[in-house]
Design a protein around this ligand. Sequence first.
Ligand SMILES: Nc1ncnc2c1ncn2[C@@H]1O[C@H](COP(=O)(O)OP(=O)(O)OP(=O)(O)O)[C@@H](O)[C@H]1O
Ligand SMILES: [Mg+2]
Length: 342
Amino acid sequence: MNAKQKFIDATGSTQFLEANQDTALEEYLKAQGWMGKEDQVTGTEKPGEGNMNFVLRVRTEQGSFIVKQARPWVEKYPQLEAPIERIHTESQFYTLVQTNDILKQYTPQLLATDLDNFLIKVEDLGNGADFSYVYQKGQDFTQLELESLLTFLQTLHQSDFSWASSSYPKNQALKALNHEHIFNFPYRADNGMDLNAIQVGLHDLATPIYRDKGLIAAIAQLGERYLGEGQHLIHGDYYPGSWLKVDGQVKVIDPEFSYFGLAEFDLSVFLAHMKMAQSDPNSISWVKENYARPTGFDEKLLDQFTGVEILRRLIGIAQLPLALSIEEKQDLVEEAISLITG
Ligand SMILES: Nc1ncnc2c1ncn2[C@@H]1O[C@H](COP(=O)(O)OP(=O)(O)OP(=O)(O)O)[C@@H](O)[C@H]1O
Ligand SMILES: [Mg+2]
């Protein structure tokens, strides 16, 4: 039995939204008070690509909004279980950043939360593409976009949200899932991945990694740091899939992996994806040098997390639409290993 069926059989009390059921949706929204009694749903659509959650744009006569529901499974792969409380994390993140005048310019407004049904209602940012196109040859970030992405990140990390840290979700179950796919699974020779089916030559590229006990031990130690706690509210998934371009402006979404952790982690992911997107090396240096560090920032940890993010994206399950030859991936693997081992 898959995770989806198991959960539906076990509870029955949570209301799961479905696409193409606008009448049931309208009833739900009106019962919640999320749309006026006189208003009408005029259409729904999937607003963009996503894997984990059920995300829907709802158009009504009064305007549009987005609903996002976490289910105890991965939406695209219902056989895989996923911790449903992750939506509470997302709701809390949006609530906190809305207390900061800079951060709130970069995020959609949180309009409502239904904790019982694991749903949030957020502002519709409009039809924007995410930044996944940067992996294509000839595509890169503009300087203005990088400035926005950096401003959001350093403001987030430098903001004092300590007053909220004790009540903020620990997000441990989702972190554990992420930990598995960043720090463990990709480096096991017996993980069952057919790397050559992704790209011929990828298996040979991974083989020395599987055998490198020192490297794997170093990655495991970094994994423990990730699983622990830290001083700063971090986004937790700061990569092109979490960034939208709307009317020429950069917006940051999808903070379900956020927690009070290590600022180094967010910046490392940002830099790793610039490298995999073959961004201009001057731009990569610019981001690294101009990020205003919170006190105690650990440069070595930044490099190590950067290396791990590159490796796990190249040989792990969460593949990206990269336009890289096997030789280019080889170069990245070497760079990643030297970032980790120093
Ligand atoms: N507030 C919004 N306004 C406009 N579009 C949105 C909004 N929120 C999400 N989208 C669109 O829906 C897509 C999926 O949303 P989101 O990334 O939050 O879902 P997810 O299931 O958590 O995705 P993933 O599996 O990548 O983590 C986004 O890439 C974006 O295109
Ligand atoms: Mg997500």
